[in-house]
Design a protein around this ligand. Structure first.
Ligand SMILES: [Fe+2]
Ligand SMILES: [Fe+2]
Length: 194
């Protein structure tokens, strides 16, 4: 199984070099996946238009959902599954980072609902703990399934509770979207230079 450009929306992608660097190193993986190119260089054009923060975060959710489906359908190709598992973990890690650094604080200020944010942070922490166990997991399918169950539950709550309130609050979603895009680009640059 190959990852194709259709798996990755063209405007929501880190440079391929960032993925290559992030995969094992940033997550502390001991096993190294086969070096498949997940995206051709020509596909890495980044939109210069700031996008709505919720649209960006929701695109992350949908991309990760697609990756989980791809993982499940990878069947008996261990190298492809390991590679996909690493990308799933990396995507979830980056997604949680921009939410915790940028979106959640802005939401708490605008909406004044610290409890929702605290609950979401706890759910992120649970997923991070599951991600940390993946490199040592004897059963990769089970480890990824556990991450997916927890992540999906969190995503559904986030959509229902946080995004709905955020949209109604008049938050500066375009400004926040620009900050999220900048932070992602900054992480990619840092990783490339490491
Ligand atoms: Fe979240
Ligand atoms: Fe999210």
């Amino acid at each position: 199984m190959r990852l194709t450009s259709r798996s990755w929306p063209a405007d929501r992608r880190l440079p391929a070099s960032a993925y290559r660097r992030l995969e094992p190193a940033a997550l502390g993986w001991r096993r190294v996946a086969s070096r498949r190119a997940c995206t051709p260089a020509s596909q890495h054009r980044r939109s210069t238009m700031a996008q709505d923060a919720i649209a960006l975060l929701e695109a992350d959710h949908q991309r990760v959902e697609g990756l989980f489906r791809e993982f499940k359908s990878a069947g008996g190709d261990p190298a492809a599954k390991l590679h996909l598992a690493q990308i799933i973990c990396m995507e979830l890690t980056l997604h949680a980072m921009v939410e915790e650094e940028i979106f959640y604080p802005a939401f708490a200020t605008a909406v004044g609902d610290e409890q929702l944010v605290e609950h979401a942070r706890k759910e992120h922490q649970r997923v991070k703990e599951l991600i940390a166990r993946v490199p040592q997991a004897e059963n990769l399918d089970g480890a990824i399934e556990a991450i997916w169950r927890n992540a999906l539950e969190h995503i559904e709550e986030e959509r229902r509770d946080i995004f709905t309130k955020a949209k109604a609050s008049g938050m500066e979603l375009a400004t926040l979207g620009g900050r999220i895009q900048s932070r992602r680009a900054e992480v990619a640059t840092t990783v490339q230079e490491a």
